[in-house]
Design a binder for this molecule. Structure first.
Ligand SMILES: [Zn+2]
Ligand SMILES: [Zn+2]
Length: 202
């Protein structure tokens, strides 16, 4: 079965998470002890005693800790590969009831739609908007990458397009890729370079 390489927001059963009405549940594991948790990115509610979704807390600002081992979570844990949790790990912890797996084609459509928006931002030179927007679907894109043949190469290709070129020109180069999935990963590659630039403050 084609599926993402790790548990992502889009594979959770959203009806199980009720905190703020605008739930954006981000699944992850503690890098130290493997304990699985879900953080609502909208209201900062931490579901810490899964599968019991009534066990929850809103941690203090800058005080993200694992509820099982007390390890401190780094501020950037949501983008660190060590905090991803695979479906096997998730399953072994008895959490399958929290999964609602959409067809892979639905996830692809979601990703391609997001890439289209991203393409528009890039073409207009809206760097920070593109950057912020990309942050929210980076997990989706990265988790699906190894299930889509050629995606990794397309992403590298996009990164090359973005080097030494104006954004709009790099975007137009992506347009020459006819496969919609691969075109999506090329656009993501451009954003990779953009985010690198942003980190360097340029
Ligand atoms: Zn919430
Ligand atoms: Zn832990």
């Amino acid at each position: 079965m084609q599926r993402p390489s790790w548990v992502i927001e889009q594979t959770l059963d959203h009806s199980k998470f009720n905190c703020c009405g605008n739930e954006k549940p981000f699944p992850f594991k503690c890098n130290d002890c493997g304990h699985a948790m879900v953080l609502c990115c909208e209201c900062d509610t931490l579901y810490q005693g899964l599968p019991d979704t009534d066990q929850r807390t809103v941690p203090d600002w800058n005080e993200w800790t694992c509820s099982a081992c007390n390890a401190k979570l780094p501020d950037t844990f949501m983008s660190l590969p060590d905090y991803r949790i695979t479906f096997d790990e998730w399953s072994k912890l008895g959490l399958d009831s929290l999964i609602s797996m959409p067809p892979f084609s639905d996830l692809q459509r979601m990703l391609n739609d997001s890439a289209q928006r991203l393409r528009t931002y890039l073409e207009r030179g809206m760097r920070s908007t593109a950057n912020r927007y990309a942050f929210h679907f980076d997990d989706l894109a990265s988790s699906m990458q190894s299930a889509i043949a050629g995606a990794e190469d397309a992403r590298h290709q996009g990164q090359q397009f973005a080097d030494d070129k104006k954004l709009a020109d790099a975007v137009r180069q992506c347009d020459t890729i006819s496969d919609p999935d691969l075109r999506t990963y090329a656009i993501i590659g451009i954003v990779d370079v953009l985010r690198g630039d942003t980190k360097n403050g340029t």
